[in-house]
Design a protein around this ligand. Structure first.
Ligand SMILES: [Zn+2]
Length: 298
């Protein structure tokens, strides 16, 4: 089975959704024993409201913890900068970029990025909040996979996102370090595309509660490959700033869809540029076709 998932992060769903429409129009060649399954927008509420997280402010790619997990914890450095990341006020100019830059000088940019994006379970209105229980979308997906993959021996999963990496370029990241799929070098070879081993990817970071890390726990008895595809949009700082301002508007402003902070987040994660959009869909389809070929090669 080739499983293509879009919209784990709601506002990032547009490129994945467009890719899935293109795959329906021109699916990869599949032999009789192979299925293509499209999970269209795991976080539809976030897509509709231009939020990365879901209706409970949960980042779904930090929410896939196992049943015995403790839903608590927060990187120490996140706690230090929590009020800078999540100020309890509507969007306003407040020197965020400069103040974050000073923090970067003090702690190191890589350490800061890791602390911010790792996932936190302490501030329910904060960015990168992983929740206090498994959310309905992830719960449905896990149950569906458990119920329908009994006869499947090999699964290739593509989880499509936007934001990370050079603008308009595709970056593939596997989760080999958590036991999902083979090492990135072997996956690269089979796909004929470079695959980075998270968290070695430039600008990438290790996260807690990701979908890729949950799959081997859920499906321990089948051959599993997992690739997270990112289509680059803007600098990490611009994306973070846009996430922060939209989060302020949601919790401390009106929350309406027409606000500039919503439109800025959309522009930061799904650029209006037609060439970017074409490139996103082209690379989304190319990966799906290559994954289908890799899946069916002897
Ligand atoms: Zn994402």
């Amino acid at each position: 089975m080739l499983l293509h998932i879009s919209g784990v992060h709601g506002v990032e769903a547009y490129a994945g959704s467009a890719t899935q429409l293109a795959l329906l129009a021109a699916p990869p060649p599949l032999n009789a024993g192979t299925a293509l399954v499209l999970v269209h927008v795991l976080n539809p509420w976030g897509m509709a409201w231009l939020r990365r997280c879901n209706e409970a402010n949960v980042d779904l790619n930090r929410n896939f913890l196992d049943d015995n997990a403790t839903w608590s914890g927060c990187p120490p450095l996140y706690r230090c900068i929590e009020t800078l990341l999540n100020p309890p006020s509507p969007p306003a100019r407040d020197g965020f970029v400069l103040r974050l830059g000073l923090r970067g000088l003090r702690h190191g940019v890589a350490a800061l990025r890791q602390a911010i994006a790792h996932g936190q379970y302490r501030y329910p209105q904060g960015l990168f909040y992983g929740g206090d229980q498994l959310q309905p979308g992830p719960r449905l997906l896990m149950a569906w996979l458990r119920d329908h993959l009994a006869a499947t021996n090999t699964l290739f999963v593509i989880d499509m996102h936007t934001g990370l990496g050079p603008q308009g370029a595709s970056t593939l990241i596997t989760e080999a370090h958590v036991g999902c799929g083979p090492a990135s070098a072997s996956l690269s070879q089979r796909l004929g595309l470079p695959v980075l081993g998270d968290p070695a990817a430039p600008e990438a970071y290790a996260v807690r509660g990701s979908l890729g890390a949950a799959l081997p726990r859920l499906l321990p008895n089948l051959g599993l490959d997992f690739v997270l595809q990112e289509i680059g949009t803007a600098t990490p700082l611009r994306v973070l700033h846009a996430l922060r301002e939209e989060n302020r508007w949601h919790h401390h402003g009106g929350g309406g869809i027409d606000h500039p902070s919503k439109q800025a987040l959309l522009a930061a994660l799904c650029p209006a540029d037609a060439e970017w959009r074409r490139a996103a869909v082209r690379q989304g389809c190319e990966l799906a076709h290559r994954a289908a070929a890799a899946l069916q090669s002897p």
